[in-house]
Design a protein around this ligand. Structure first.
Ligand SMILES: C[S@@+](CC[C@H](N)C(=O)[O-])C[C@H]1O[C@@H](n2cnc3c(N)ncnc32)[C@H](O)[C@@H]1O
Length: 203
């Protein structure tokens, strides 16, 4: 799925996404705990990469983080700027984040890699590795499954990953996996997160 196809698909459904999922009220309490605990451990600048409507970015800013949000969808960035005027939001791509090499202490990619075709996953992960300083950390939220496989997500095709396989991709991009969580509820998709630390050595 190209960036432009994914951008167009989210643009078309941005208003609906904002209404249904664009607030902390729609977030599972355990996800909130995982993200906030991780963010509290970050030293330095934090980027919410693929921030969507910006509710996570705003939460982390309220909790004292030096954080900005980035998304490819103009409707999301416009909404986020209007809803959270004291927080910094930019239009941009996961594949070219801008900013200095090693300029970030932490990067949150909360369900923003779910549409990347598995053979292309190293492109954003290596860009994350460029942007996060050695010793800095990454937190990824994603859909978990026993195999890397696509499924029909409401917005556009998405992919579920086994934790170990996505962890292996993180390792290849220059991150050491620190911890992971999987949440399985009967009748629902399985959700997972991986926290990882940027290695000092060149990839
Ligand atoms: C499932 S939504 C998650 C949004 C938000 N992180 C949340 O948890 O509600 C995926 C987000 O990733 C963004 N995204 C996907 N691919 C992107 C890319 N290549 N560059 C920038 N943003 C991207 C989408 O525009 C969308 O806002």
């Amino acid at each position: 799925m190209s960036d432009s196809a994914s951008r167009a698909a989210y643009s078309r459904r941005a208003a609906e996404y904002i209404e249904v999922l664009g607030s902390m009220g729609a977030v599972h309490p355990s996800d909130r705990q995982i993200v906030c605990t991780w963010a509290n451990s970050v030293e330095g600048e934090l980027l919410d990469a693929g921030c969507g409507p910006g509710h996570w970015t705003n939460l982390l800013a309220q909790q004292g983080a030096s954080v900005r949000g980035l998304d490819q969808v103009p409707e999301f960035v416009a909404h986020a700027r209007s809803a959270y005027p004291t927080v910094d939001f930019a239009l941009g791509s996961l594949d070219a984040l801008g900013g200095d090499d090693a300029g970030l202490g932490g990067l949150l990619s909360w369900y923003s890699l779910i549409h990347v075709e598995p053979e292309d996953i190293q492109v954003p992960l290596r860009e994350f590795a460029r942007a996060v300083r050695p010793g800095g950390t990454l937190l990824i939220g994603f859909f978990e499954g026993p195999l890397v496989e696509e499924f029909a997500h409401a917005v556009l095709t998405a992919y579920r990953w086994p934790v170990d396989e996505l962890g292996g991709q993180l390792d290849a991009a220059g991150f050491d996996v620190l911890e992971s969580h999987v949440r399985k509820t009967a009748g629902q998709r399985a959700h997972a997160s991986i926290a990882a630390r940027r290695r000092a050595a060149a990839v």
